[in-house]
Design a protein around this ligand. Structure first.
Ligand code: NDP
Ligand code: 2IT
Length: 447
């Protein structure tokens, strides 16, 4: 690693050793951009990295809410406004028991480069709460969302900060959040994305992340004179992103044969098609967090407590559940089983050591900050539609999404070649994203 970068990383490690997820992401990005820093010392002379690793601000707040028995609970709410060099802070809200400041800083840091790669005018942010939506009733979810927005509304707006969904936050939660935002501010604007299609949302936003992941895979395959047709895909998770992947892979003639949840994974050799795709949505909305239900309903094998990476006959692996779900051992199993492409649907599903290992293999690896950028891109389309008061058709949104994904792909691919690292999408993506945001920061002065 470049000396300047390793010095900045060491200072961060000493100052906040407990922020493990965040430190791992910084290390991953710094590893990729070292050559840029070696070649160009002016980033160091402006202390660019020291500025880049500190969020503009972190907003922490208390979220009291009442359960159906009348008992009051208090959760923590956060919004990390990380970097707005390229546009308003933009990024999702995560409601999950595991949420803490380190996780949101890591997601916010990733989001800066992801959003930069899209070429769209959006900065990086992330937020959420350690509220656990599992098993909560409709009224409890509503009560929580309303209380969360009571505070968050002070900080968001279409030109300042535009949250959206992430794990545990879908269109239902965005609805409750938007209703409260409107009531407090008296404004009907694009301060949130992922809204319902009938009231300001963009068509295809629910599908956009998974569609984008598949378009990115398609671009990679094109470079190999190949296509998605006939490809067998193992995916993890069974949420929004996995659902979009399943739909688009089917449409392009491939098949997805696994889904996973915290309980284990299912293997459906025939592929997840037809009514099974809609059943995925039902499972997700049930709040049960069990994929075993799929196995019971469709009579396919369920592997309790296991991950789907050991299945044979897989061409493409798409981890799309959560961070750090794939370790070095998992990558070794994929390699042994002949997996050729590992495409990140989730944010940082591969542990740092797994990322380092995969670079040594023949497998092509696409990082989430490039491959899963379709969701935030469609969010930006929603912002554009809201501010100009128009509603794009499905064909228009899909065309723009396809265009952005192929633009991101070519930036990663071409930059990797420029740095003599053909097919290193991680290096290409990190360098291209870094340069765009770093140069904008320098142009705007160190403020
Ligand atoms: P969802 O809430 O729809 O689904 C995530 C699911 O994964 C949850 O059911 C979760 O269960 C489950 N899960 C957690 N840990 C595991 C595990 N070890 N194995 C299998 N499943 C697990 O989230 P999304 O689909 O929206 O997001 C998935 C990933 O994609 C996240 O990393 C997110 O940050 C990323 N992403 C999402 C975008 C979006 O637009 N929604 C855009 C870009 C990236 P449980 O709650 O029990 O842990
Ligand atoms: O990780 C992500 O890119 C998202 N959760 C989507 C963010 C957004 O603003 O749509």
């Amino acid at each position: 690693m470049n000396k300047y970068a390793s010095g900045v990383l060491e200072k961060l490690q000493t100052r906040m050793p407990w922020e493990k997820e965040f430190l791992a992401t910084v290390e991953e990005v710094f590893g990729s951009i070292s050559t840029v820093l070696d070649r160009d010392s002016h980033y160091e002379s402006y202390s660019l990295l020291e500025n880049l690793v500190e969020p503009d601000r972190i907003i922490n707040f208390r979220v009291p809410w009442r359960d159906d028995q009348g008992k009051i609970h208090v959760n923590l709410g956060y919004r990390v406004e990380f970097n707005n060099a390229l546009g308003p802070y933009k990024g999702g809200l995560r409601f999950h028991a595991s949420v803490n400041q380190s996780i949101l800083k890591f997601l916010g840091f990733e989001q800066i480069f992801k959003n930069a790669l899209t070429g769209l005018p959006i900065g990086g942010g992330k937020g959420g709460s350690d509220f656990n939506p599992r098993g909560k009733s409709e009224t409890e979810i509503m009560s929580f969302c309303q209380s969360f927005m009571l505070e968050l509304a002070n900080y968001i707006g279409p030109s300042r900060d535009v949250p959206a969904g992430d794990i545990g936050v879908g269109s239902r939660e965005i609805g409750y959040l938007f209703g409260t935002y409107k009531r407090i501010t008296k404004l009907y604007d694009g301060a949130l994305t992922g809204k319902g299609e009938g009231w300001g949302g963009s068509i295809l936003r629910p599908e956009a992340t998974g569609y984008g992941v598949t378009y990115f895979l398609e671009e990679i395959l094109k470079k190999q004179d190949d296509s998605v047709k006939g490809k067998v895909v193992a995916a993890s998770g069974f949420g929004n992103v996995t659902w979009g992947v399943v739909k688009k892979v089917n449409e392009l003639g491939g098949k997805v044969v696994t889904l996973s949840g915290p309980d284990g994974f299912i293997h459906d050799k025939d592929g997840i098609t037809g009514e099974k795709v809609e059943y995925m949505l039902k499972m997700r909305l049930s709040g049960n967090d069990r994929v075993e239900d799929y196995a019971d309903k469709f009579g396919v094998p369920f592997y309790k407590g296991q991950k789907p990476w050991g299945i044979e006959g897989i061409d493409v692996a798409i981890p799309a559940a959560t961070q750090n779900e794939v370790n070095v051992e998992d990558v070794k199993i994929m390699e042994k089983n002949g997996v050729q492409f590992v495409i990140e649907g989730a944010n940082l599903p591969l542990e740092l050591s797994a990322i380092n290992y995969i670079q040594e293999t023949k497998m092509i690896y696409a990082p989430g900050k490039a491959a899963n950028a379709g969701g935030v891109s469609c969010s930006q389309f929603e912002m554009a539609q809201n501010s100009s008061g128009v509603h794009w058709t499905e064909a228009e949104v899909d065309k723009q999404l396809h265009h952005v994904m192929s633009f991101i792909h070519s930036q990663c691919y071409d930059t990797a070649i420029e740095y003599d690292q053909k097919d290193n999408y991680l290096l290409g993506g990190n360098i291209a994203g870094f340069k765009r945001v770093a140069d904008a920061m320098l142009d705007q002065g160190m403020v």
